[in-house]
Write a protein that binds this ligand. Sequence first.
Ligand code: C2E
Ligand code: MG
Ligand code: MG
Length: 739
Amino acid sequence: MNRKSILVVDDDEMTRLLIRRSLSDNLYNIIEAENGSQGLSLFNEQLPDIVLLDVQLPELNGFEVCRRIRESLHGKDVPVVMITGTDDTESIDRAYRLGATDFIVKPINWSLIEHHVRYILRASYYLESLKKSEKRLEHAQHIARLGHWELDGTEGCLLLSRQIAEMCSLPGTLFGHGLDYLIALMHPEDRLFARNIFLKAFTSGEAFNLDVRLKLSNKSLIYVQLQGRRLESRNSVSPVLSGVIQDVTELKRSQHRLIHIAHHDALTDLPNRILFHQQLERAMERAKRRRRKVALLFIDLDRFKNINDSLGHEIGDCLLREVAARFRREIRNYDMVARLGGDEFAIILDAVENVQEALCFIRRIVALFELPFYLKNKMLYVEASIGISLYPDNGDSGEELLRNADMAMYQAKRAELHHFSFYSADLTESTIRRWSLENGLRKALEDKDFYLLYQPKVEPGSGHMTGVEALIRWDRGDKPAILPSEFIPVAEETGLLIPLGRWVIQQAVSQLRVWQQTQCAELTIAVNVSGRQLYSDEFTDYLCAVLDKEGVSAALLEIEITEDHLVPNKRDGDCQETLRKLSELGIKMSIDDFGTGYSSLSQLKNLPISTLKIDKSFVDHIPEDAQDVAIVKSILSLAKNLGLEVVAEGVENAQQLACLHGYGCDLIQGYFYSKPVPVEQIALLLESGERKWLKPCTETDSAEDSTRLDRTNYIKPLAESQEESGQKSVISESIGKLN
Ligand code: C2E
Ligand code: MG
Ligand code: MG
């Protein structure tokens, strides 16, 4: 155990000696001073644990020494025991005032002095520990912004611990300020609730835990957590509540931040899907009570993926933020705009009287897209498609309303001309079919469930097959067939046609390579190319790469483009440049379904086109429909004057063939010669077809062209009934029969 050091300051040597004798050597280290000055300097040097100080001293008396010890750096808490011969109360009072801890009155009872010293040292030790732990507690409370409060119900006295009083800029004790005062410090919205809790705690004694906002004198607001319960007192007439109070402002702020993050989209800071659904439910409840409507707008930016891909994600993000800002500026306080993900936004129009009112707002939203967006020095026009569903007309749950607005948006996107579409019940069926088609296509693309059929193009005079058109088929196993006319537009809209189109080109060019070694080496293959493929930046590069890789001459590949895709349009832009590049490569280009679109004669003149394909609809009714005959003849003469080749599509019978041949049509394509067939059949048709196609036919054809037909009569090589799917065996059979 540490020996305690005792400084004895006494001018009487005998007293010092007796003190030393009375205290155990092994427990105490005695330091002696014979006057006040010596005592002070020894105190500062040795820092004793206790001082026994005679009052009567030469030079500096004991009072003065005591005062100076208390003023010194280490002397505040050291016990100072005064030894005095006089027990007059005035000296004692004076000594206590100067900070003395205790007194020993002369004559000293030597047998008790050690007990006395030990007791004072122990008391001093406890006092010091208490101070330390108070300090620690205060420190911890300071960090935790925690304090103590007490409220006397009858006397109306509020007591706050220092820390919390400082925090609220209030005095620690507020006499005459009871519950009302405390409640008045709170935010008005919290008062009623808090008062009830306090009153209940006074009467029931139940513990409580309450979060309230306090208004500070500087007008700022803090969040505090008040916990308390009634103190058990002998006097039940005067109940006292006591507890802790903690400033939880930071905690609340971070909770609010977390809640905000969980309910908002990080990019635009708009409410996200979760908050959107909550608000939608609330809006529907309100509308139900007030017999109003809620309009839900589902908004999707058009071609956002292209913007992202071509201009980069940074611009894409800027655009989304700018769109969000425009929406935010446009909506009323009680409406809500949310970002549902990607380029999808939703607006809830609360308490709409009627469709007309919703329509006014929708027009304003559409108008937001009429102004260009300025994004990082780029000016961009962006359009959006809006689908609208109404509560309660189009659904009574949030899910249903959203699904229906989504479908209506889909409809608006397809219509292209209008930017918005209201939901209608008959939309559902077609949309569901479309969605399942879209999903099916995605999967088929992954699983490579496609194959190509080839339909011959034949010279009517010689019956010579010059080339084939590649036509895609979707292998759906046992499921009912879906024709390209249905799935190609869906693939085009969803962007799936880009990978699908690449696959077609790759297949066709590989086929050309295979044919190079066979009797089919001269055959050309035409592939159909849609607008979106044609306008994609890498289309030409891809074509070149495939031709290069397969070592196939570009002259053997043809491209068929429908008229509408050739006309410069808002969606795709101008394709002149791409066509020029393709033509420089030596690739021939045909206008497919000619006569059904909007191309102008001037375009025909300017575009590097080599072939026109007369649409089947004009061929169907020749020769009996005079107008169609006139159209076909005009197309042929126009083509001749422009130096273009003409292919007639959909030729199904001998009369049609005879007419077309008679009018000078260069090539014929149609069931009359062959339906689209698997590749293995092309070689067989080439071998046997020309012979068969040129065989005289017993059927007579239209009188008008009988002279020509006299020279070349035709028979149909393949059975009309032949089905394309699963047709390999049927075709072989037919060919077998023909030979
Ligand atoms: P298209 O390019 O005008 O192809 C001609 C269509 O008419 C083909 O229909 C063909 O099977 C059909 N056809 C040919 N001769 C006759 C006939 O004598 N009678 C009748 N009733 N029909 C005949 P298919 O294969 O269903 O293709 C329809 C359209 O789908 C094609 O019209 C083309 O625009 C598109 N398509 C087909 N394959 C592809 C492809 O690989 N890529 C792209 N982008 N579009 C394709
Ligand atoms: Mg075609
Ligand atoms: Mg066609």
